[in-house]
Design a binder for this molecule. Structure first.
Ligand code: PGA
Ligand code: ZN
Length: 409
């Protein structure tokens, strides 16, 4: 039952906070008659010119140029002026109002960090206004009826730019697709992670024990995969846990396609196996049974997604919401992927906050997969723990994507 009190945004107040890397990011409090709704935005390595622009002050003397005071000011003044009085349920109108105010293709005027923070806070306010859970409101906005708990892709070994070791590829992840619930998947992920710590300690000594972040000096990808395989063996889950890798080939591999070592590893998904501007090498990969995920290749950009669909360049979308900048546009790119149909991985960034919005987004959009880092550290667990809350709330209606992780439309 809707109340007589008008359902509108009454106030918006933003501030600068720090992300998980200790770098400034934007947080916003959005008020309606129902209360205060807080959101903050993640940040990662910019992968190229096709993503929405993160507005930073650039004053080298303050946070090494990374402060976001201009983005905060844009929210407190221009965005606030445009949005106060609007109904928080009307997500697409709110997002369009900010896009119109910004007027640039990459949201560089107001900052995608400013726009996304408000867009997420408005989405939370919209859910509260409707008195439904956030994931349900998102499902309504997207026209989805099947709420699904995603298969988590847990990072267990980091390499590439994310670590100080010799592993060229960026992540080795585990996918507990054989779990019967999200809760069981989290348990499998956590147990494997802790077994891996022990396997690494036995092999390299206590100093090599820093998994999921950096520290271990690997000679090769095979060495990393062998450690993960051994950890999986120790859990006893065996074929219930599959392996995914993020090659992030742009960082080290130009002009050729990175092929995973075959046969003896249960690899089911490979992300960015070729340079992000290499549209040629990819065509062969897309035809094999592996999931080929486009992250740096697509940059969550609809035009690049359309091209990749036409060229069969990959067969799954990695969605980083801050590369696109509003909830409405995030829903639209997921629809593009669903129509093919492609797999969809809702992804965190290397710089995260405790905001768990992407957990609700992955359930509401029935993405089937979420990539939110290792099963440790608060800003990563914020997402996984929120998925536990959602699973508990859905009770008998909770469906875990499991084996259908690539296509649970
Ligand atoms: P990023 O890394 O957030 O630093 O871009 C995440 C990824 O490549 O998947
Ligand atoms: Zn990636």
């Amino acid at each position: 039952m809707r109340k007589a009190v008008p359902s509108v945004i009454t106030k918006i107040k933003a501030r600068q906070i720090l992300d998980s890397r200790g770098i400034p990011t934007v947080e916003v409090d959005l008020f309606t008659h129902k209360g205060m709704f807080r959101a903050s935005v993640p940040s990662g390595d910019p992968s190229g010119m096709y993503e929405a622009l993160e507005l930073r002050d650039g004053d080298k003397g303050t946070y090494l140029g990374n402060s976001v005071n201009r983005a905060v000011k844009n929210i407190n003044e221009r965005i606030s002026e445009a949005l106060v009085g609007m109904d928080p349920i009307l997500q697409s109108q709110i997002d369009q109002a900010m896009i119109d105010l910004d007027k640039t293709e990459k949201k560089g005027e107001l900052g995608a960090n400013a726009i996304l923070a408000v867009s997420i806070a408005a989405c939370k306010a919209g859910a509260a206004e409707k008195e439904v859970p956030l994931y349900k409101h998102i499902a309504d906005l997207a026209g989805k009826t099947n709420l699904t708990l995603p298969v988590p892709a847990f990072t267990v070994i980091s390499g590439g730019k994310h670590a100080g070791n010799n592993l060229a590829i960026q992540d080795i992840m585990i996918l507990p697709i054989g779990a019967s619930s999200f809760g069981e998947a989290l348990q499998m992920g956590s147990e494997t992670y802790h077994h891996l710590k022990a396997v690494i300690a036995e092999k390299y000594g206590a100093h090599g024990c820093n998994v999921g972040e950096d520290g271990v000096t690997f000679g090769s990808i095979r060495e990393g995969l062998d450690l993960v395989k051994e950890a999986i063996n120790r859990t006893g889950y065996n074929e219930k846990i599959k392996i995914a890798i993020d090659v992030a080939a742009t960082d080290f591999c130009k002009g050729e396609e990175f092929l995973p070592p075959n046969s003896q590893y249960p690899i089911v998904s490979i992300e960015d196996p070729f340079d992000k501007e290499d549209w040629e090498h990819t065509k062969s990969t897309a035809r094999v049974t592996l999931q080929v995920v486009g992250d740096d290749l697509l940059m969550s950009n609809p035009k690049r997604i359309e091209r990749a669909i036409l060229d069969s360049t990959c067969n799954a979308l990695l969605l980083k919401i801050n590369q696109i900048g509003t909830v409405t546009e995030a829903i639209e790119v997921v629809k593009l992927a669903n129509d093919v149909p492609w797999g969809v991985v809702i992804s965190h960034r290397s710089g995260e906050t405790e905001d768990s919005f992407i957990a609700d987004l992955s359930v509401g959009l029935a993405s089937g997969q979420i990539k939110a880092g290792a099963p440790c550290r608060g800003e990563r667990l914020a997402k996984y723990n929120q998925l536990l809350h959602i699973e508990e709330e859905l009770g008998d209606h909770a469906i875990y994507a499991g084996e259908d992780y690539r296509q649970c439309l």
